[in-house]
Design a binder for this molecule. Structure first.
Ligand SMILES: Cc1cc2nc3c(=O)[nH]c(=O)nc-3n(C[C@H](O)[C@H](O)[C@H](O)COP(=O)(O)OP(=O)(O)OC[C@H]3O[C@@H](n4cnc5c(N)ncnc54)[C@H](O)[C@@H]3O)c2cc1C
Length: 320
């Protein structure tokens, strides 16, 4: 039987992106009665456009140590709920940008020197050296979101667009009423490339247009992603499409024949320090500011939110 949270109603998790679905899943796993508030006319979640990389060490190039350390715990959380591919990440640079590889190696840890062609035969002869982050992983974001949602429904969680009936955990990304959030636009492509075979995310370093390619099933690849400080959900620009496609072509000429399945843009919700956070607002909580790290950090913040709620319930029970 679901545990009473002290308000007589369920915990109402607002949103249906990765923050909301991980938080609701974690709360349900702790025995709490949960409802997901996901109106059909709500904005498209940024989570739909993610690469699905669980890459704490690579992200450490720019992210604080807290993301690198906490993010390492995310892979096991995800693997307990959805299919996860644990093949690591390969990082390469074109010969003229070889210095970028040395800079990236100095800025990150958890890597070893690698022969790119030995890891990814399709890249043999194209890149002399690379960095291999063997403990990193990736997942299919849309499939993962669907599975978490189905899992909640199967456990009896109500999923609806009506008014919340209980204590609120607001996971509405840029739609949330929390101060200090800004949008960081990210553009991506989904392509089908029958001539390309990759078994792990590959990051191509470049001083101006770094890019990554994440393999999905059946020769589909996600090519991402721009980082633009703009609150603009509009269509992908020609510049972004050209830069991302030309980087993909530099990685593998087989991308020239790829069929473009989708061009998409998502707005990453970010606080000023780019750190995801659980923020208390009276009795309500916000799980927000996921920035580049929604899939990496949502399980971590979901646990923090669940701990806070269970502590509150314990204190309420004591006080009565
Ligand atoms: C191109 C791109 C690539 C990325 N790649 C990665 C990656 O490889 N790994 C990684 O960890 N992260 C990645 N990210 C970052 C990640 O996608 C974000 O951090 C994450 O999606 C943010 O999740 P969220 O749940 O906070 O917000 P969202 O996914 O935006 O979800 C917000 C939810 O709130 C709902 N909502 C909003 N307003 C309202 C309202 N008024 N009423 C009701 N509901 C509302 C929305 O409908 C949605 O369901 C990437 C992002 C982009 C754009």
């Amino acid at each position: 039987m679901a545990r009473d949270n002290g308000t007589g109603g369920p915990i109402s998790v607002l949103g249906a992106g990765v923050a909301a679905l991980c938080t609701a899943t974690e709360l349900a796993a702790r025995g709490l009665d949960v409802e997901l508030i996901a109106p059909e006319d709500a904005p498209v979640p940024a989570s739909r456009f993610a690469g699905g990389m669980l890459a704490p060490f690579c992200e450490g190039e720019a992210a604080p140590e807290a993301v690198v350390t906490a993010g390492q715990t995310a892979v096991d959380w995800w693997a307990a709920h959805v299919p996860v591919t644990r093949n690591g990440t390969l990082v390469v640079a074109p010969p003229r940008d070889a210095a970028e590889l040395d800079r990236f190696a100095r800025a990150t840890r958890g890597h070893a020197p690698a022969d790119p062609g030995a890891l990814e035969p399709d890249l043999a002869g194209r890149f002399a050296r690379g960095l291999f982050y063997s403990t990193e992983a990736h997942l299919d974001p849309r499939g993962a979101l669907r599975r978490l949602r189905d899992g909640l429904a199967a456990q009896g969680a109500a999923i609806h667009g009506g008014p919340p009936r209980g204590r609120i955990v607001d996971c509405r990304g840029l739609g949330a009423d929390v101060s200090g959030l800004r949008a960081v636009r990210g553009e991506m492509l989904l392509v089908e490339a029958p001539d390309v075979a990759l078994s792990r995310p590959v990051r191509l370093l470049h001083p101006r247009f770094p890019c990554y390619i994440v393999p999905r099933a059946q020769n589909v690849f996600m090519i991402g992603a721009t980082m633009v400080e703009r609150d603009d959900p509009g269509p992908v620009t020609a510049r972004a499409a050209m830069e991302l496609l030309s980087a993909a072509y530099t990685l593998h000429p087989g991308f020239a024949e790829a069929r473009i399945l989708e061009l998409g843009a998502g707005l990453r919700p970010a606080f000023a320090d780019n750190m995801p956070a659980v923020v208390r607002q009276g009795r309500n909580l916000h799980v927000n500011g996921m920035y580049r790290h929604g899939f990496l950090m949502a399980p971590v913040l979901a646990r923090q939110a669940a701990d806070l709620i269970l502590t509150d319930i314990g204190e309420d029970t004591h006080a009565h």
